[in-house]
Design a protein around this ligand. Sequence first.
Ligand SMILES: C[S@@+](CC[C@H](N)C(=O)[O-])C[C@H]1O[C@@H](n2cnc3c(N)ncnc32)[C@H](O)[C@@H]1O
Length: 224
Amino acid sequence: MSTPNFDRLAKPYRWLEYASFGLMLERCRFYFLSACATTRRALILGDGDGRFAQRLLQANPSIEVDAVDASAQMLQALRQRALTVSTAAAQRVHTIHADIRAFPPEQRDNDPGYDLVVSHFFLDCLTSNEIDALADRLRDCLAPNALWLISDFAIPQRGWLRPVAQLVVRSLYFAFDCLTQLRMKKLPDYAGALEQRGFFRVQQKTFLGGLLTTELWRKQPRKP
Ligand SMILES: C[S@@+](CC[C@H](N)C(=O)[O-])C[C@H]1O[C@@H](n2cnc3c(N)ncnc32)[C@H](O)[C@@H]1O
């Protein structure tokens, strides 16, 4: 299990994204932001240069954020972006430099757990089995009814956009393999992993004919 290295993408990441997808990925990331405005404690997975964390801190003036990323440079960019909101906001962000596949989420005494998990364009860095294991580990650290906000690439089931989407995803994986040693070849089945672990999809919005999806999932309380 080798960890991809996104360090050298931290600075140009935003511009590479705008050059390839314009503002579409941003629209996807922020589409359900208002649903996060009243959450209390967030775990953000692989936020990259911190654009979502910045907007979350602006939208929610009391939220506490734990941000996990395997890239020290990405975390540095995230901390700098949080500072642009305010010093007080940046103090509510705790960055954790770790590979998510080996990350033990913190369970605090007398705390119901995270009530928000965020993973934008991150689960596609993991295999389906790795997402199974992640969801298993996270589930017990989440408050009842916690939300999980996910954005990702997707391949439409049918239609002429399907081969186009397949080509786009293959090209992206090839580029990330060259630039970061991300050894992934196909999109994982995160929906299956989450459904099997008692999460259900509350809302979904797709963009670019289904190539991009953003989804709000909720943890179902365990049956007594
Ligand atoms: C494709 S970027 C996505 C960045 C951002 N979330 C976005 O919306 O564009 C993936 C991010 O996840 C991090 N990452 C990839 N694999 C990881 C892993 N196994 N553990 C922790 N972080 C990882 C990378 O360092 C990078 O910051």
